[in-house]
Structures are given as C-alpha cells and as structure tokens.
Write a protein that binds this ligand. Sequence first.
Ligand SMILES: Nc1ncnc2c1ncn2[C@@H]1O[C@H](COP(=O)(O)OP(=O)(O)O)[C@@H](O)[C@H]1O
Ligand SMILES: [Mg+2]
Length: 212
Amino acid sequence: MKGGSLAGPALDRERLAERTRSVLHRGGPGNPDVLLVETDSGPVVVKDFAPRGRWVRRWWGPWSLRREAKAYERLSEMAAVPRLLGHLDEAALILEYRPGTFLSRSLADRLPDDFLAELEKSIDEMHRRGVVHLDLRHRSNILADRDGRPILLDFASALCFDVSTRSGRWLVGWLGRLDHRALRKWRIRLARVQASSGTGSSEGSRGARRPM
Ligand SMILES: Nc1ncnc2c1ncn2[C@@H]1O[C@H](COP(=O)(O)OP(=O)(O)O)[C@@H](O)[C@H]1O
Ligand SMILES: [Mg+2]
C-alpha cells in the first residue's frame, strides 16, 4: 500500500527532513527511526526505515511495516490505538500522533484507579478483532494520555488472525495469554508502587480523571 491510499496528510520524502520536529525514538540497525513531523493538518508520527542499511531499507523494513499497518488497520476503530494515516513510501508509515507518557512505576500514583481496567478492556477488544500484540511488557509500547487513558503502540511484533474461524479464535486465545501476562506484570508493578507510597484507593482524590 503506497502513500495516498488512505486519507493521510500531504507529506512526501523531500519535505520530511525540514518538517521533522523531533526524533521520538532513534532506531538501531534493524529498527525504524520514529519521528514527530509537522504537516498542514497537524503533527503526525513517521516510522521510517530509510536511514537504515540497504537490506533493511529494501526488504525487512517494508515487510515489517506492511505487517504493522495490517494490525493498525484492523484496530482502526479502537480509541486506544493511533490511526494509520498512510504510507510515505514503502520504507515509512504515517500514524496519528497520540502524545502520552510511558507506563512506568513513577507514573503509578498519577494514574486513575481504572487505568488497568481500561487497559484490560483495550487488550480484550484488540483480541476480539483478531490481533495479538505480543510486546506489551515493554514500557515504551503502552502510554497514558493526558486524561490517564491507555494508548497501545508498536504493532511490529503483532500477529493478526481470522476470528471468524475456530483455529483463528483458538490462536488468539492461546497467544493472547502473553498479552494478559504482560498486563499482570503491570498490575504487580504499579500496585507495588502504590502500596509503598501509601496511595491506596481509600485516598479521596484517586479515581478521578485529571490531566497527567
Ligand atoms: N502514534 C504515536 N504517537 C505518539 N508517540 C508515538 C507514536 N508511535 C510511536 N511513538 C513513540 O515512539 C516510540 C517508538 O515507537 P514504536 O512504534 O514503539 O517503535 P519501535 O518499533 O522502534 O519500538 C514509542 O515508544 C513512543 O514514545
Ligand atoms: Mg516499541
């Protein structure tokens, strides 16, 4: 799928450098650079393999981005997942920018009480749509937005299944356990911090949605 097949922002390779506002994540030899880019319709995120070596740029990157785009398309109706806006070319895809903060222990006492319940709902919804993420243990793949709602990112390791078939549903159930295991990890980590900082659910202000 090339640029223009989705109703994305007007952006091309020539203008990418001048429009790049910051590097959100500098990729290693086999990973994309993740850029925050200004367009006429607002800021977007570009995942770009073009600066990588020839093999990665020509083969691994496009293959990986096609798989990732497929997962983003499947999840396009989900509030917790950024929209896929298009492809710059075969080495780069364009995503809706969803600012947020990495899920971490230091964030624990600023999250609303229902954050983990919302995260679980999002994981279940993703599974109902036939997508397993498989990399939710990584703290950089879950953000909390400014209202404390979860954002799921990075579907490079995700797998998509046809949930209209029995085998597809079985595989989602089986592999989906890894996503639930990651959720359990976050539950334990965040609970430990909340317990040790004494911010239990008895505290009146917790549970309210407030800007992060
Ligand atoms: N749509 C987005 N909105 C806001 N930040 C994003 C978005 N996509 C990626 N990022 C930021 O870039 C980082 C790397 O992106 P990610 O998709 O995880 O790339 P990688 O596959 O290299 O891990 C994320 O941890 C996040 O900080
Ligand atoms: Mg990532």
